[in-house]
Design a protein around this ligand. Structure first.
Ligand SMILES: [Zn+2]
Length: 257
């Protein structure tokens, strides 16, 4: 038994035993996860998977933002919520599911829609943010607030059969989200899941990948996705890793903006 493992209860030692065996984790890593403060924006298809795995892994403090109620059309992908949760607030339903999985996680819920007036206040106090939202205006807002405050973001998106994942770590050498998507795309260029559908398992895949990157970042491990975009094509069963560059004329982080 190591010095670090003595900080955990017998139940926690069993619960997290497979984490502690992992290369690069150990009880020191587990203690780090337990001390972590992570915010997930959106308890939908992507956020459901990400939140479940962050809670399962033992992240000590989980914040979640969602201002919607559970609708029956959500249930084919938003696995935090069940049929009995219809019409309930997603923030409450998600909190209950996560507490049932791991009572050691402290949950903080924000039953609201992010807007320019509240986004800074909500993300403050978290060391890492997971952007699991389903629309570009929210994605832009979170990206900008976190870049300015200096909070890393793991951003995941999914529509139809496709998903995307990237990491932004604020810093002079690193590209931001707007280096990739400088301006808000017009609605016709970015069809939503209400227009073209979404496979629940694709959203879940992106949420799982997002959780992997988040858990690594919390341990100080590097992510290739700081300078790359991971694109998943569920129809072809193919992942592509695409290089991202910092733009001098980026509207958010560029020196020539
Ligand atoms: Zn940029």
């Amino acid at each position: 038994m190591t010095q670090n493992s003595q900080d955990f209860s017998r139940e926690e030692l069993e619960r997290y035993s497979r984490n502690a065996l992992l290369a690069g984790v150990g009880w020191e890593g587990q203690a780090r996860w337990r001390a972590a403060r992570v915010l997930v924006v959106g308890a939908g298809g992507i956020g459901s998977a990400a939140l479940f795995y962050l809670a399962a892994a033992g992240v000590g403090r989980l914040g979640l933002v969602d201002g919607d109620a559970v609708e029956v059309s959500n249930l084919q992908r938003q696995i935090l919520h069940g049929t009995a949760d219809l019409k309930r607030r997603k923030a409450e339903s998600a909190k209950e599911s996560l507490a049932a999985l791991n009572p050691h996680c402290r949950m903080e819920t924000f039953d609201l829609r992010l807007d320019p007036a509240n986004v800074g206040e909500v993300v403050q106090g978290f060391e890492l943010v997971l952007d699991s939202c389903d629309n570009f205006p929210t994605r832009f807002m979170v990206a900008e607030a976190c870049w300015r405050i200096g909070i890393p973001v793991v951003s995941a998106a999914a529509t139809g059969w496709h998903g995307k994942l990237l990491v932004t770590i604020p810093g002079p050498e690193n590209p931001c989200y707007r280096c990739l998507v400088p301006e808000l795309p017009p609605p016709e260029a970015a069809p939503s899941s209400t227009q073209i559908g979404i496979l629940g398992a694709v959203a879940g895949t992106m949420g799982c990948l997002q959780a992997v990157e988040a858990l690594k970042l919390l341990l100080g491990m590097n992510s290739d996705l700081t300078h790359r975009l991971l694109a998943y094509d569920g129809l072809k069963g193919r992942f592509q890793s695409i290089k991202r560059v910092k733009r001098a004329d980026c509207p958010l982080c560029g020196v020539e903006k």
